[in-house]
Design a protein around this ligand. Structure first.
Ligand code: PS7
Ligand code: MN
Ligand code: MN
Ligand code: MN
Ligand code: MN
Ligand code: MN
Length: 355
């Protein structure tokens, strides 16, 4: 490539960065700081999966159309200029599908090894999402057991961890050790983010006509999941909080592997990229813990807190101190009457011992 062209981004690559900025403030910020060798490939990986998730999330697409579309989505990566205009007008990230041809143009310029990793993960994720699409009766193919919960989260987030790990190893930004555990810790990196997202989005997801809270857990506390929103009696709220807290306890089960994973990421820009979402997740988990607002709105962490956390996430000791702080916050918010009070105390103690 002639020297005068090396700094020039093609039109379609510029458009891809525009799409990245449009669809995620937080991912855009960390992806744009990545080393040039992996920045474009991670951007395209993100955009391909964002497009797939925009199909999954769109409740105006009938399951009879959505399911085959999710399963066949990977085939679109072999096309030159596929686009999709079938999203509802309110779907916030529909632009990535309307302009998917721009993504394809840049995807096909990637090294074949990178394309293969993206393709493999996209195929598995699309099929996994399809397995969990609810039918119109709202109760078929849902997240029933805790094993389902882990499997659904593996498809939509654990696989992202696996793919990103493969990319970082291939690009030599990380040594093999990250991939030598059968992607167990990469999976936990995704599951910790996804479970936190699912817990926080209780109300929004129900309003959109879906839910990912596992029935095996909520059925211990109610015979109908929406009751935590609808029934505002103190008894119902207590059952709701017990259920919520049991899910937080489940998520805390991934913290050890998350910190182990982060301890193995050596490249500084990759470390930030991996660490910042995890730090946001533990802060979110501490905020939603034992918090009845979850049943009525989306609980968000404060802007100032976010900035402070990002600044402290640059090193492993910084990340560990953040986790320690939020584990203490969770421990202090516990209610002795909660049925999992002891288990939560033990889990927090275990994590504090570990770090
Ligand atoms: C390729 C950077 C860093 C080893 C779009 C980053 C939905 C939590 O469930 O729409 O629809 O409400 O809020 C990101 C592991 C994935 C997991 C995943 C791709 C971390 C499509 C993020 C992100 C692995 C499937 C939030 C998983 O979306 O969720 C790249 C290491 C996309 C990561 C989905 C969820 C992301 C998510 P929902 P959101
Ligand atoms: Mn989504
Ligand atoms: Mn989704
Ligand atoms: Mn969500
Ligand atoms: Mn919504
Ligand atoms: Mn309400």
């Amino acid at each position: 490539q002639p020297l005068h062209q090396t700094s020039k981004q093609s039109e379609s690559l510029q458009r891809c960065y525009y799409l990245l900025n449009q669809t995620s403030r937080s991912f855009a910020a960390v992806i744009k700081e990545l080393h040039p060798e992996i920045k474009d490939v991670v951007t395209l990986f993100y955009l391909v999966l964002r497009a797939l998730d925009t199909i999954e999330d769109d409740m105006t697409i009938d399951p009879s159309i959505k399911v085959p579309l999710l399963r066949e989505f990977v085939d679109k990566l072999n096309e030159k200029a596929w686009t999709f205009n079938g999203n509802g007008p309110d779907e916030k990230d529909r632009i990535v599908l309307v302009e998917f041809d721009q993504i394809l143009t840049e995807y096909h310029k990637l090294k074949p090894e990178y394309q293969d990793i993206i393709k493999d993960i996209t195929k598995k994720m699309g099929n996994g999402m399809a397995d969990y699409i609810l039918d119109d009766n709202f109760n078929l193919n849902g997240v029933e057991t805790i094993a389902d919960f882990d499997l659904y989260c593996h498809y939509v987030a654990g696989l992202v961890g696996e793919g990103l790990t493969k990319l970082m190893v291939l690009a030599k930004f990380s040594d093999n050790s990250l991939a030598e555990d059968g992607f167990k810790r990469s999976n936990s990196m995704g599951l910790f983010l996804q479970k936190t997202n699912i817990i926080r989005d209780y109300h929004e997801d129900l309003e959109d006509g879906r839910s990912f809270w596992p029935k095996e857990v909520w059925s211990k506390y109610t015979d109908s999941l929406p009751s935590f929103h609808k029934d505002t009696s103190p008894e119902s709220e207590f059952q709701g909080l017990s259920c919520l807290n049991e899910l937080v306890l489940n998520s805390l089960g991934h913290v050890k592997e998350v910190l182990e994973y982060l301890s193995l990421v050596k490249d500084p820009s990759s470390f930030n990229f991996c660490a910042i979402p995890q730090v946001m997740a533990i802060a979110t988990l501490a905020t939603v813990y034992n918090n009845p607002k979850v049943f009525h709105s989306v609980v968000k962490i404060r802007k100032g807190t976010t900035c402070d956390l990002i600044l402290r996430s640059r090193t492993l000791p910084g990340v560990i101190s953040i986790f320690r702080e939020y584990i203490q916050v969770i421990n202090h918010k516990s209610n002795v009457k909660d049925p999992n009070y002891l288990k939560i105390g033990i889990k927090c103690g275990e994590i504090e011992q570990f770090i």
